[in-house]
Design a protein around this ligand. Structure first.
Ligand SMILES: NC(=O)c1ccc[n+]([C@@H]2O[C@H](COP(=O)([O-])OP(=O)(O)OC[C@H]3O[C@@H](n4cnc5c(N)ncnc54)[C@H](OP(=O)(O)O)[C@@H]3O)[C@@H](O)[C@H]2O)c1
Length: 244
């Protein structure tokens, strides 16, 4: 059975990616940081559908926990066919309001944790493996109200480009999936139960609606599939036609 790790898979986009990859036949490691019950529910749903999964807690902002996550994957599966770097944190702040602490936190989780998790998992990733990094439409569409967050996603996209070049000869592909505005907890405070906010968010997208987590999972599943073997170092824009 092929194996996949999805970081931040207890909720939102990562949850749907985990469910989808399990349906595609992967044994899935469901990473979370605080949402133990939610992660266990994802595992339960996967098992109910005849799939295989396990939950694993690790705060990607803490490199000791990153190492523990790598060790757990090594013990549980030995080989990791697909790594989906999905976990991410975001606080909406303009440059005037950003603080060094919040700036560092964004980079610790979204960039440093992702970088060293990938580095330390590389020995487990076989030839023709897949790495998919969930970035964001904010690398193409300016969102000054989330400037530090946006910078982290730009850093990840540059990481993808360089790593794809290095791993290409082994058939390992590295790609970004860049979502538009999706209905998840990350946007709950301004999107949910706020028709005005929702209409404003929808107006960014050519399809004139907010995206669903499953729609991002479908794109990630393609990038993680054997069919995506001739695509690497690129960004799949899943923004519903953001700012066309
Ligand atoms: N939603 C959007 O509109 C949107 C748009 C573009 C890009 N994205 C990107 O898509 C990814 C998923 O976003 P989402 O909207 O699904 O977010 P979400 O609903 O807020 O879920 C975040 C997930 O990441 C986990 N997580 C948070 N901090 C973590 C840490 N330090 N270590 C490990 N896991 C951590 C959470 O685990 P717990 O449950 O344990 O807290 C949860 O499973 C992120 O990279 C985000 O930047 C989202």
């Amino acid at each position: 059975m092929k194996t996949a790790l999805v970081t931040g898979a207890s909720r939102g986009i990562g949850r749907e990616i985990a469910l989808r990859l399990a349906r595609d036949g992967f044994r899935v490691a469901v990473n979370y940081v605080a949402g133990e019950a939610a992660a266990k529910e994802v595992v339960r749903l996967i098992e109910e559908q005849g799939g295989s999964a396990f939950a694993v807690r690790a705060d990607l902002g803490d490199l000791d926990q990153v190492d523990a996550l790598v060790e757990r994957i090594r013990l549980e599966t030995g080989v990791l066919d697909v790594l989906v770097n999905n976990a991410g944190v975001s606080v909406h702040r303009h440059i005037e309001d950003e603080t060094p602490e919040s700036f560092d936190w964004h980079f610790a989780v979204n960039v440093k944790g992702l970088f060293f998790l990938t580095q330390r998992l590389l020995p487990l990733i076989p030839d023709n493996g897949r790495i998919v990094n969930v970035t964001s439409g904010v690398t193409r569409i300016a969102f000054p109200n989330a400037i530090a967050y946006s910078m982290t996603k730009g850093a990840v996209q540059t990481f993808t480009l360089a790593l794809a070049k290095q791993l290409g000869p082994r058939g390992i592909t590295v790609n970004n999936v860049a979502p538009g505005i999706i209905d998840t907890d990350i946007n709950a405070s301004w999107l949910r139960d706020n028709p005005e906010g929702e209409a404003h968010a929808a107006s960014y997208h050519a399809v004139n609606r907010v995206g669903r987590p499953e729609e991002i999972a479908d794109v990630v599943a393609f990038a993680a599939s054997p069919q995506a073997s001739f695509m690497t170092g690129t960004t799949l824009d899943a923004t519903g036609g953001g700012n066309l």
